[in-house]
Write a protein that binds this ligand. Structure first.
Ligand code: SAM
Length: 238
């Protein structure tokens, strides 16, 4: 029997980062893909952006992630869109994938490559010549004690993120950040699948736990990191 709670978890998310559709189109434009460029998405989740990249240029692509449920969602989407021969979804740890490509995407997954600075260096090995699209947390304002309690000091400011990219040998082709509407939409969608499940399943034994998770995520976002934690998108070239 399908676990409707597991299925609901990410159901309302288009992708797992604060990103509007027109912003995604802009980032894919800057990635400068052609039919001949190979593309890898490291920490792809269900690979929505990867699939859109392939749909527009019909190139070959690989999505790497350690979450089999996310990868299955990506494979189903590839079948539905007629892209199954173009995209491989591979269950593998990001750090152990040793291939190379002309382009890479790594959004919301810097932790999988050892953190921001280590990711920028690791991507240089994976893309010896070409472009990468990186999406990573960064402080939009100096971090408050509450935000530091939650996230530790693992993020950089936008200026330091760009400097770290330069130090890793990248030229910065594009910089943009998620705006407040993108963040609010992302956070709302993050909760929405489980909110809907809760309304449909008030008597389920897991309902209390789910309600607590939703309420806590909502409260912590609004009181501790809304407007403090930012999210930057960089297109880098070398
Ligand atoms: C915030 S999500 C972002 C997913 C996707 N890039 C997107 O924007 O929709 C982070 C992803 O990293 C994956 N991940 C975490 N640790 C990983 C690892 N060591 N190797 C591969 N993937 C990993 C998670 O499974 C998750 O899908």
């Amino acid at each position: 029997m399908t676990d409707t709670l597991a299925a609901a978890r990410y159901a309302r998310l288009r992708w797992n980062s604060p990103l509007a559709e027109d912003h995604a189109d802009l980032l894919l434009d800057r990635l400068d893909l052609t039919a001949d460029t190979t593309l890898v998405d490291i920490g792809c989740g269900w690979g929505e952006l990867l699939l859109r990249a392939v749909a527009r240029t019909y190139n070959r692509a690989t999505g790497i992630d350690s979450d089999p449920l996310a990868l299955d969602r990506g494979r189903r989407a590839a079948v539905e869109r007629g892209l199954v021969d173009r995209v491989d979804f591979v269950e593998e740890k990001a750090e152990s994938w040793r291939g190379t490509a002309d382009r890479a995407i790594c959004i919301g997954a810097s932790h999988a490559l050892g953190g921001t600075r280590a990711m920028l260096t690791a991507l240089a090995d994976r893309v010896p010549s070409g472009r990468v699209l990186v999406g990573d947390g960064c402080w939009a304002t100096p971090p408050t004690p509450a935000a530091l309690d939650l996230f530790g000091n693992e993020f950089l400011s936008l200026a330091d993120l760009v400097a770290a990219a330069n130090s890793a040998g990248w030229r910065v082709m594009h910089v943009s950040t998620a705006d407040q509407r993108e963040w609010d939409d992302f956070e709302s969608r993050h909760r929405a699948g489980q909110q809907e499940w809760l309304l449909d399943n008030p008597g389920d034994p897991r309902a209390g736990e789910v309600r607590e998770w939703i309420d806590s995520r909502e409260r912590v976002y609004l009181s501790s990191y809304r407007g403090v934690l930012g999210f930057a998108y960089l297109v880098l070239g070398r």
